[in-house]
Design a protein around this ligand. Structure first.
Ligand code: ADP
Ligand code: ADP
Length: 218
């Protein structure tokens, strides 16, 4: 099974991807998380990416493409969920061509549909475990008691200016990707509002339908 989780910043992609990892044994490939790890480790890629990320801008396509390419190759072109990739038409076209070349077409692109009014609240109250990348929300999904509170931090791009910028980048550059996959026939729209578990069950149903329609091996 090969999935893309698509949606605006704060739609719940990372949260749902980590549930799919735990329950379906898939590997999550989050380009944002790979970039944040590179920043933590102080690599050359991390240093270059940081200025773009803190400003809420997209990191140049060439950098992100090679990260995505390596991560997909590392899992043998199967059993993965892409979270946060592709984010531009150029990335979507490259991904389609790359996966076709490896005889590994996408099973489904799950588009998490969440209205704007939820997004700012989700992002401004989001917290992450700086050690593991696990995502929480102060009200809807608080960090459990057994997690060291000193590891719980706010992302530097979850500040009001960067949130505004990311939403405008999403509208201008990433929204067209939704239409791209709609035309290609892989898009599955899923209501991303409500309890985490409800959203997860909708995603599961949507994957089952996509698998039945394409008869893609799991
Ligand atoms: P994305 O990866 O799409 O940016 P996240 O998974 O990081 O989104 O979720 C953004 C924030 O919203 C996090 O704080 C997360 O805990 C919270 N969240 C995710 N899903 C839901 C939901 N169904 N209801 C309420 N809050 C949610
Ligand atoms: P969110 O959870 O808010 O959707 P991500 O963790 O996916 O954010 O990404 C954080 C940042 O990493 C983005 O704002 C962008 O700067 C960079 N980034 C992640 N994925 C990509 C990508 N596919 N193309 C360009 N930049 C990316």
């Amino acid at each position: 099974m090969r999935l893309v989780l698509f949606g605006p910043p704060g739609a719940g992609k990372g949260t749902q991807a980590s549930l799919l990892v735990k329950r379906e044994g898939l590997t999550q490939i989050s380009t944002g998380e790979i970039l944040r790890r590179a920043i933590r480790e102080g690599t050359e890629v991390g240093c270059e990416a940081r200025q773009y990320m803190d400003a809420g801008k997209l990191v140049p396509g060439k950098i992100v493409r090679s990260l995505a390419e390596n991560a997909i190759a590392a899992v043998g072109y199967d059993q993965f969920i892409l979270d946060g990739y592709p984010r531009t038409i150029e990335q979507a076209e490259w991904l389609t061509e790359f996966l076709e070349r490896h005889d590994a077409p996408l099973t489904a692109v799950i588009s998490l549909e969440v209205p704007d009014e939820h997004i700012v609240d989700r992002l401004s109250r989001r917290r992450v475990n700086g050690e593991t990348g696990q995502t929480y929300h102060l009200d809807f999904n608080p960090p459990p008691d057994n997690v060291d509170p000193s590891h719980i931090v706010q992302r530097s791009d979850d500040q009001p200016d960067a949130i505004r910028k990311r939403l405008s980048v999403y509208r201008a550059e990433t929204m067209p990707v939704r239409q791209y996959f709609e035309v290609h026939g892989e898009l599955c729209k899923v209501d991303g509002t409500g309890e985490l578990e409800e959203v997860y069950q909708r995603i599961r149903r949507s994957i089952s339908r996509a698998k039945a329609a394409t008869d893609t091996p799991t």
